[in-house]
Design a protein around this ligand. Sequence first.
Ligand code: BGC
Length: 247
Amino acid sequence: MQIFGVDIGGSGIKGAPVDLDRGDLAKERHKVLTPHPATPEAVVEGVREVVEHFGWTGPVGATFPGVITDGTARTAANVDKSWIGTDIRKLVSDRLGGTPVTVLNDADAAGVAEMHFGAGKGRTGTVLMLTLGTGIGSALFTGGRLVPNTELGHLELHGHDAEKKASSKAREDEDLTWEHWARRVQKYLAHVEMLFSPELFIIGGGVSRKAHKFLPLIEGISAEIVPAQLQNNAGIVGAAMAADGRA
Ligand code: BGC
């Protein structure tokens, strides 16, 4: 069975039909650059372009990098503030001719995919997926069930929003060594561990491809720490799963 998944991010809008039995893309994904300014109207036009590239007319799952309740964006940390209060579910559905649309947070979507098909498969304890990218996204699971919108990237770390210090963007912007950045990630993980005592941390985001450069440097964390397995496609797969009621 296939459902369309689309991942709305600060730099790109990526999507493909997803094979829900395999947990993988059924066709090579299509990407358009996120327009700037990334207003809801402009971004939704990009979503339409991605979906129409495949001639898709069925249900669609979409991710968004902010808190989502009832298909509506409640926060917009790294995207245009005009998203706050936007009914994304309706906006996308209207633009796609009325097809059913499901919207969820981007890290939640990636986490759902990892729990079913990737690094979290079969884990029933408390699992935390953290995506280290432009911001830090989080997805919390217990008994395999998602607790949505945890937003742990905005915990305070030494007086700052944690994602401003420990995201992958912070490493690049401040030109930090892997050692320096790993120390920050370690402090962040210690804080999150103190709050939730997970049995497993899954580290996602583009930087998870380079996990060998920083995960071995992280010490003093009791939980197991592993890189995400689905990497770039986790958001797309998770969005399609959510549209099929599997989130
Ligand atoms: C947002 C989260 C999002 C994360 C990763 C944060 O700034 O608040 O909702 O999951 O970035 O994109």
